[in-house]
Ligand binder design. Structure first.
Ligand code: NAP
Length: 256
């Protein structure tokens, strides 16, 4: 008989690759995973010193891989360095993302491409790279994509970002349909309005900041720690039968 216990949430002995690991939600997920027992490979285009220090404080396991993910050709480098550090990768978190705020009529093709390339194309091809290995070795794996409220809503002055995050929700479903039978769980987390660099501009605009806060039932901006529980759950054995779902961690924003 199945006897549930807390060990099903443990990530002990697992290796996780987390992109955008130097700051914000990516840093929060790295720290949470390391606390849950995982070896964490943090990918970023600059030093992850702060993340490494937070994990070293409790003697967790962390290795940084420097890669500018605006170039799709860095994928083999990321996969090889992760394997070199800890062996087989079990968990992939596609967190790195950018947002460009601009009236739709003024968006340049360059800005459009930079957002779609990182937030959507890179996500798909990283998923493909690890899923290929997991299908080949038959041992499965976990993918967590970071979506957004703008996977559900249109947003204001961020058309490329909204397109990319709506695509992340669809892609999460599409890949789950193909890979669930291979024991690969593809799910996503849709953070609400979180206090990170992504929302620096919003939070410094007094009027927008007030409008946003007034609409969040929890009455506060989210923090990197707020996504930790959902991330650990989706990365763990506890989520074995969860496929293609996007969990909102939004202080109730979508409930309004
Ligand atoms: P953030 O602090 O701006 O983090 C974004 C991360 O992506 C940073 O580590 C950033 O590195 C990295 N990144 C950007 N371009 C990169 C590149 N070319 N190569 C490698 N890494 C790159 O914001 P965040 O809120 O933590 O964002 C994390 C994810 O959550 C993003 O996908 C974002 O869209 C999503 N999200 C955020 C919110 C929110 O309210 N904050 C809400 C919904 C979804 P640098 O530090 O070097 O730029």
């Amino acid at each position: 008989m199945f006897e549930p216990n807390l060990s099903m949430f443990s990530l002990s002995g697992k290796t996780a690759v987390v992109t955008g690991a130097n700051t914000g939600l990516g840093q929060g997920i790295c720290v949470a995973f390391a606390k849950a027992g995982a070896n964490v490979v943090g990918v970023a285009r600059r030093s992850c010193e702060e993340t490494a220090d937070k994990i070293a404080a409790f003697e967790g396991s962390f290795k940084e891989v420097i890669a500018d993910m605006s170039d799709i050709n860095v994928i083999p480098h990321i996969a090889e360095e992760a394997k070199k550090a800890f062996g087989r990768v079990d968990i992939l978190v596609n967190n790195a993302g950018i947002i460009k705020r601009c009236d739709a009529v003024d968006v340049t093709m360059e800005d459009w491409d930079s957002v779609i390339d990182l937030n959507e194309k890179m996500v798909f091809f990283l998923c493909q790279t690890f899923a290929k290995e997991w299908i080949a070795d038959g041992k499965g794996g976990k993918i967590i994509n970071i979506a957004s409220m703008l996977s559900y809503q249109g947003g204001i002055r961020v058309p490329a970002y909204t397109s990319s995050k709506s695509a992340v929700l669809g892609l999460t479903r599409a890949l789950a349909n193909e890979w669930a039978s291979h024991n690969i769980n593809v799910n996503a987390i849709a953070p609400g309005y979180m206090a990170t660099h992504n929302t620096d501009n919003l939070r410094s605009d007094e009027q927008r900041s007030e409008e946003i806060l007034g609409r969040i039932p929890a009455g506060r901006w989210g923090t990197p720690e707020d996504v930790a529980g959902a991330a650990i759950f989706l990365a763990s054995d506890a989520a074995a039968y969860v496929h293609g779902f996007t969990i909102a961690v939004d202080g109730g924003w979508l409930a309004r």
